[in-house]
Ligand binder design. Structure first.
Ligand SMILES: CC1(C)[C@@H]2CC[C@@]1(C)[C@@H](OP(=O)([O-])OP(=O)([O-])[O-])C2
Ligand SMILES: [Mg+2]
Ligand SMILES: [Mg+2]
Ligand SMILES: [Mg+2]
Ligand SMILES: [Mg+2]
Ligand SMILES: [Mg+2]
Length: 549
């Protein structure tokens, strides 16, 4: 017989308290630093424009993206890639520049065909020319390019397998840790297409400083810029921490994970544009509300109480719904109710559109998915992986997150976009699927141990009588399939034909980044959120607290 509610998640208290966050002071808010940064930006713009070497320009674009400063050069980058796209010479024989160009073009929404790689295949067309095995730099870029694949792009599947084989061999044979070898290590662990920008920027600056051919102006701009962004992030973090404190949820619901700083960290990878500070603050609040309500369902509520809470959210009429709830649930309900109304009000004022019914639907779908999991847990039901995933892509919380972001990052709200978002368009489900699976890879061992519904890893092990590693391998393959869907939908969304875009560029970026950020937080299969895993925690401090000297 399983326990009835009132469990503990075994989570440690917050690492940073309210006062330490509010007392953060940062000199990089001074105008003098922005002026200096602008000077460096102008110099790098000259570099981009004057760089006549085709490959050099591509490499610089890639570096700017990895260093988290490509946002300053959006116009110049699009112009360069557009001219490459329009005058594409398909008979290029160089694997390195063809692969790098292919990846950057696709990443910026140009639909370049996988056939650009046909000239590197063997005569039968069944694989790549064996002679390419020596071109390690080219193979590394071919590997990176292969992660832009969509369903059915067999050449890119072959490319990934071919490249991994020889890159792995290079690591086995060669133990010096020069820049190329360490780049291979990083790429095999995390392809650049799956990496978020800002949370990785600091370690990229460290790596670039070690490179002999790195342009010093670019490095100096990256170092100054990350300090300036940190000052902005700290102001946003302070505001979210004031809101979190005002809800008193930690005080009144001591079993809930007190992770407002980690909730904010999530947003710096999902919403990366500097000017979208309001959206990062909003997303932090959503993460905190999802965390709270998730813990109510996963750890604390009895089945009876969880039914009551679900009914209250389904009916969503504030006075009646609240009355029969226990007081701790009244707080959750009203905190959520007030937040959704606040967001709905902002959208009504700014865009003349009433988003509340749609936002509400996503929260109802979420708690209904939570209730299904709770019932499974209390009844001891062991779902198949498919049965679990049909519910768990919603129970991870990505749907309300993306709905709120949709209304904020869509300039003029059209019915088609609203319907697509809320019937749950394939790109939404793909992003939530990756978010869910990454989360299970990082949290499910602890969750199942303290008492929770079997997650994807456990469902696979139960059904296939498989080992944990085999289950993880299967989950990774399902995530890779979801990325093919995501890539396909991103290409359709960016399609340069004149069909009206269903989703804005910024929203599609945030959808993909939600998946990327989940893979970042749970990297190497551990919990960078609830259990404050040391590596993610170190990256968090580097991004939010420690000045880049
Ligand atoms: C932001 C989040 C992804 C969302 C709220 C906190 C999370 C880190 C995760 O928490 P978790 O308990 O792992 O969710 P679940 O496994 O119980 O669905 C669900
Ligand atoms: Mg949970
Ligand atoms: Mg849960
Ligand atoms: Mg659960
Ligand atoms: Mg129902
Ligand atoms: Mg989890």
């Amino acid at each position: 017989q399983t326990q009835t509610g009132r469990r503990s998640g075994g989570y440690q208290p917050a690492l940073w308290d309210f006062d330490s966050i509010q007392s953060l002071h940062n000199q990089y808010k001074e105008e003098v630093h922005r002026t200096r940064a602008q000077g460096l930006i102008d110099q790098v713009k000259m570099l981009l424009v004057e760089e006549m070497d085709h490959v050099g320009r591509l490499e610089l674009i890639d570096e700017l993206h990895m260093l988290g400063i490509s946002c300053h050069f959006e116009k110049e980058i699009i112009q360069i890639l557009n001219s490459i796209y329009l005058n594409y010479e398909t008979d290029q024989r160089d694997l390195y520049s063809t692969s790098l160009g292919f990846r950057l073009l696709r990443q910026y929404g140009f639909s370049v065909s996988q056939e650009v790689f046909d000239c590197f295949k063997n005569d039968e067309g069944s694989g790549f020319m064996p002679s390419l095995a020596q071109d390690i730099k080219g193979l590394l870029q071919l590997y990176e390019a292969s992660f832009l694949l969509t369903h059915g792009e067999n050449t890119l599947e072959l490319a990934r397998e071919f490249a991994i084989k020889f890159l792995q061999k290079k690591l086995d044979d060669d133990d010096d840790d020069d820049y190329l070898v360490s780049s291979i290590w990083h790429a095999l662990e995390f392809p650049s297409h799956w990496r978020v920008q800002m949370p990785n920027a600091r370690s990229c600056i460290d790596a670039c400083k070690r490179r002999p051919d790195m342009n010093p102006i670019v490095v100096e701009l990256a170092k100054l810029d990350i300090n300036i962004v940190q000052a902005q992030f700290q102001d946003e973090l302070k505001e979210t921490s004031r809101w979190w404190e005002s809800t008193c949820l930690v005080q009144k619901l001591p079993f809930v994970r007190d992770r407002i700083v980690e909730c904010y960290l999530w947003t710096t990878g999902v919403i990366q544009r500097r000017e979208h500070g309001y959206e990062r603050i909003m997303l932090t609040k959503i993460n905190a509300l999802v965390t709270t309500i998730d813990d109510v369902f996963d750890i604390y509520g009895t089945v009876e109480e969880l039914h009551q809470f679900t009914n209250a959210i389904q009916s969503w009429d504030d006075i009646e719904s609240m009355k029969q709830l226990p007081s701790y649930m009244q707080l959750c309900y009203l905190a959520l109710y007030n937040f959704v109304n606040e967001m709905g009000y902002a959208t009504l004022v700014e865009k003349g559109f009433n988003s509340i019914p749609y936002l509400r639907k996503t929260w109802v779908d979420l708690v209904e998915a939570y209730l299904i999991e709770a019932k499974w847990y209390y009844s001891g039901h062991k779902p198949t992986l498919e049965e679990y995933m049909n519910n768990a892509w919603i129970s991870i919380g990505g749907v309300p997150i993306l709905s709120h972001i949709f209304f904020r990052l869509t300039d003029s709200i059209e019915k088609e976009g609203v319907e697509s978002m809320h019937k749950y368009h394939d790109i939404i489900r793909a992003s939530c699927t990756i978010l869910r699976l990454a989360d299970d890879m990082g949290t499910s061992l602890d969750e199942v141990e303290r008492g929770d519904v079997p997650k994807s890893i456990q469902c696979y092990m139960n059904k296939k009588n498989a080992s944990e590693e085999e289950a993880r391998e299967h989950v990774r393959s399902v995530m890779a399939e979801a990325w093919k869907t995501m890539n396909g939908e991103m290409m359709r969304a960016a399609a340069d034909d004149d069909s009206p875009l269903i989703f804005s560029k910024y929203f599609v970026e945030a959808v993909a980044n939600l998946a990327r950020m989940a893979q970042f937080i749970y990297q190497d299969g551990s919990d960078g959120f609830g259990m404050q895993h040391s590596k993610v925690n170190k990256l968090l401090r580097g991004l939010l607290f420690d000045r880049y000297a």
